[in-house]
Ligand binder design. Sequence first.
Ligand code: AMP
Length: 398
Amino acid sequence: MTFEELGLSAPVLQAVKDCGYTAPTPIQEQAIPHVLAGRDVIGASQTGTGKTAAFALPILTRLQHTGRPQALVLEPTRELADQLAEAFRTYAAHTDITVGLLYGGVGYGQQADALKKGVDVVVATPGRLVDHFYRGNMKFKEVKTLVLDEVDRMTDMGFLPIVRKIVNLCPWDGRQTLFFSATMPQVLQGFAKWCLTDPYEVAIARHEVASTISHAFYPVGLDQRDELLLALVKQTNFSNMMIFTRTRKEADMVANMLSRSGWGKAVAVMHSDIPQKERMAALRGFKEDKYRILVATDVAARGIDINGVSHVVNYRVPENPEDYVHRIGRTGRAEAQGDAFTLLTADEVDFAKSIEIFLKQKVERRKLEGFPYVYTALLDEDAPPLRKPRPAAGGRRR
Ligand code: AMP
């Protein structure tokens, strides 16, 4: 299928061409006709699948410039909101549609001015959006399309009550609601039922790791985790690397450790305690190759569109198997070759098993050559391939 066949407008098709997209991704192919038809959509799809264009392109095709908010996109974090607004502006480049961006941590002035001047699409984080409503800057009455993106993350961050309020501020009559969430726990199923009408369901799950990605677990004793990380970074020929940690403290500690080991100027950190401006600078610097290593907590990095990462390191095994697939998927984008290392200590064996069950495959255990391993029983677990027990020779088992 081609983009032309999906029924998008000529200016939007021109933008798609400018972006160099040759064919729609599966989620785009499935969702675009329904969004164009004005139907509610519920999508279980992660970032990296082309989800943004799946809703942005048809929304832009349907919009007419009035200067009053007609499409509202909610995002859990400022970085995501920024990224989404940027994507909308790119896809709207050949139209007269205007895009406003509202998020916290910065002054109200410019955002209020933009709203006053007139915007058709508003991309916002929930808290700041409601602040603008109370200040009389944001009007909801003409919102025809509401996009709730990364809803599971908004829930994790405690935004559900405020998102509910926002849904109620938007008109119910004739509103189109698009709902995207990587996971769909029970609480969200109820929420989706409440805010969607007869939704079309799209599910593009990523239970697979692209064949271009080589990924493995690196078992190690707890005391040697840091040492092994440094050795891996040192011995790897990488162009850029993302290192994921579980906590903010760990992210700072890993970044400091790398800095002390000679990577000083090449390392940037991203987590939610770091001021917004610095986070944006870290992200921009990493994308522009100013920093070669980005240390990030999953919360800060999930959903961020970073392409062409040559290496991903999980400092700890992710607790959620979907996060594993998602994180290491950053290396395999656009068919680029990628490598992903996951350090594995004894306390994380259960998480490692969950990942293998999720992927329906055993993940290879690797050892770093020349590393002075201190013995741990984990090191004995040398990747026996998953196989069914064979009956003993001579027939049936007793
Ligand atoms: P997303 O899942 O929206 O975060 O998109 C992930 C990346 O895929 C972004 O860098 C998009 O620019 C890119 N992308 C989206 N749609 C396509 C497409 N049809 N062909 C190639 N790349 C795409």
